[in-house]
Write a protein that binds this ligand. Structure first.
Ligand SMILES: [Zn+2]
Length: 333
């Protein structure tokens, strides 16, 4: 097997399934937008993405998103993401967008523009990117229902799923949003949910049972429930784990993070980056870091990509193409 090097990790065809568009603003693009709009930066460029707590982190995300005020800039942000994906050797990505963060642009303009940006990127030979729209756990049922109504009325081949994120302590959202997830499913959308990050294994159970989630974003607290681990393994339900994000958000330390234990148990885990630019993380860095920490070789990193192929929401033929790309890479290792 090829040894782990930066070049080998870059060359590995990678799949990103847990990434928020809100976390893909580069400092350069933020500065460019702020200058164009004549909005002062909250910190100097070097410290633009500094934060000391979750509240500050969310405030910064919202501030970045507030700079997107028209279709062209939203389209460009999506295109920039596809460029980043190419640079990282990502061959396919499913990106989460939560409309509640975007105060200065309506859903009606934002989503079609992002989809147009992904379309243009694909035409230019950049990686295939799809979109999942997310509800916020603390938003009202009424506004969440309006979002789902909009999504189901505007089908698009790149609009593939409904998600939910935000404060997992708002566990009652599972029950409130259950009919909305059911409606999305009836209309052909796939379902994913953030759970088992700050909530315990019960958060994962509820996402599976009340929201019918097909896979879980984070889900790392499943480690505390053997029955749940068995269930995830037997039913091939993937956990999209974001190692660096969990460390930076004080969910786990590097020493007690359960990624390796989940992997060894046979739960289908994938490696994702959550909010790459804001967390100063990239897909290549994430894999390099995990491999060096766990003493993993290319074999384990390839396994993570196969897990992601199984878990992704694209059509069967596309999945087959992705699997072939990884097999070809593997045969050269
Ligand atoms: Zn996330």
């Amino acid at each position: 097997m090829t040894p782990i090097t930066k070049e080998a990790i870059r060359a590995l065809p990678k799949i990103e399934l847990h990434i928020h568009l809100e976390g893909t603003f580069s400092k350069e693009y933020v500065c460019q937008l702020a200058e164009k709009l004549d909005v002062p930066l909250p910190h100097d460029k070097e410290h633009l993405f500094s934060f000391t707590c979750l509240a500050e982190f969310l405030e910064m995300l919202d501030w970045n998103c507030s700079l997107i005020r028209n279709a062209a800039d939203a389209e460009q942000l999506a295109y920039h993401f596809a460029e980043y994906a190419k640079e990282q050797g990502i061959v396919y990505a499913e990106v989460i967008l939560n409309p509640t963060h975007w105060k200065n642009i309506s859903l009606d303009v934002l989503v079609p523009s992002v989809l147009a940006g992904f379309d243009r990127a694909a035409q230019d030979g950049l990686p295939d990117c799809r979109l999942m729209v997310s509800l916020l756990r603390t938003q009202s049922t009424k506004t969440a229902a309006e979002t789902v109504d909009w999504l189901t009325a505007h089908p698009h081949s790149r609009l593939i799923g409904l998600s939910v994120d935000g404060n997992e302590e708002a566990a009652e959202s599972n029950e409130r949003f259950s009919p909305l997830f059911a409606k999305a499913k009836e209309n052909g959308l796939h379902l994913t949910a953030h759970a088992g990050e700050s909530s315990g294994p019960e958060g994962v159970w509820e996402a599976l049972q009340l929201l019918q989630a097909e896979r879980i974003d984070h889900g790392v607290r499943a480690m505390d429930d053997e029955r749940l681990l068995e269930y995830l393994k037997d039913n091939h339900i993937a956990l999209n784990v974001c190692f660096t994000s969990n460390i930076l958000c004080n969910i786990f330390t590097e020493e007690n993070h359960p990624l390796k234990a989940l992997f060894d148990y046979g739960v289908p885990v994938t490696a994702s980056t959550d909010d790459p630019h804001i967390l100063v993380d990239t897909m290549c860095y994430e894999l390099e870091h995990i491999a060096s920490l766990y003493g993993w070789g290319m074999e384990e990193l390839i396994r993570l990509q196969y897990n992601a192929v199984e878990a992704c929401f694209c059509p069967k033929e596309k999945k087959e193409m992705l699997r072939k790309k990884i097999e070809e890479f593997e045969s050269r290792c």
